[in-house]
Design a protein around this ligand. Sequence first.
Ligand code: OGA
Ligand code: FE2
Length: 405
Amino acid sequence: MTKRGMDTFHLIVLPIVLLCCVVGICGETEVHGTCTKDDGVDCGSTSSSLEVSPIITKLDGVEVGHVQDVILGGKTHQMTTLSMKPQVLEIKHFLTDEECDHVVRLAKKDGMFDSVTNTPTKSGSVKVMDMNQDTALSLREFILTIENSFDIYLDEDDMLKMYSELGMDRNGDTEISREELHGQDPKSVIDWLTDYVDKRPYKKSRMSRQAWLYPSKIHDKILDEIQERVVSLVGLPRILIDKNDEFQVVQYGPKGHYHAHWDSGSWAEKYPCCHHVKSGARCKSCRFMTVLLYLNEVEGGGATAFPIANNETFNENSFRMSGKINLHRHCEDANLVVPAEKGKAIIWYNHHLDPTTGWVGEMDSFTLHGGCGVTSGHKWIANKWILVSDKRDKDLDPNFKPNRA
Ligand code: OGA
Ligand code: FE2
């Protein structure tokens, strides 16, 4: 946890919280098999049901295992469909070894800094996740409470250690009853968590370092060529890429990881897209598409996992209860696991197309994914996100400059 994160942590006003007993549980949202032709949600590139010509399109993976040639900069690459729900496409040797090494060098030269994720609890309140409303917290329910409120991902062993060191579970049944909870000074819990995660930063949702590379600023021939290759591959209006041209280079060290998450957010979210606002303002990510480039061979671990790919349905609370969000523990349980291979690209769409507008639609929940724990060596990747907002005209207007600092 960074120093800054720590401050936030302490600021959480604790009249709080853990003691304020059984509280609401997040609304259960069921998402039913979204990517089907008959429910009006588009799954592929051809969108005959659209009422207007789409300006954004998707590549068509056809079916799992399908291989198609794509010609990029005069070179033929093979693109293989790894999954259709969500559609994940893979291109091996998208980058040469030299290009990979070069991007890593550029990032190191620019300076890597700790990646920070949004801390869930900014409001100062903790939602006690008594999922079955039995007025006691099971181990998993307490783990979930801590995950949601503090962005700390503990195992059952960690929790038992906390119970024992704080004398919390007085009757030793591994459940924390309302009385046991009330008998505990919340500050002692917060202090314990703070100290624990300080010594074990890999208990956060993400442990990595990163740098941002802007082709338009650094004028690097090789980075420009990679950018061109991405533009040719995705087949989207190049203005979308030109306006937000950055690459995020990420380095994971031993025990580095990024637990399961979405790259974008719900379209229904009322905040503006981040690429239209000054940094610091509350906003949503609006990443229509992810192009992930693997920049080295990882000695151990470090695959990219899609835990719920091809599931029939998805229920966020049940998923969180299952603990499978933790990709140190549950990488191999994921439905789709993509090994990191130097030079490989994988791409997916974080949003559906809206059949009535031909523009971006709701987020595709099945894109939930993350970086599995690195067990030995380092892992380097570059993320290229194609940003698209709900202000279609602004996105396509060359004179509209994103208002970012
Ligand atoms: C990310 C991400 C996956 C990986 O950086 O957003 O999902 O395999 N990375 O590192
Ligand atoms: Fe991601």
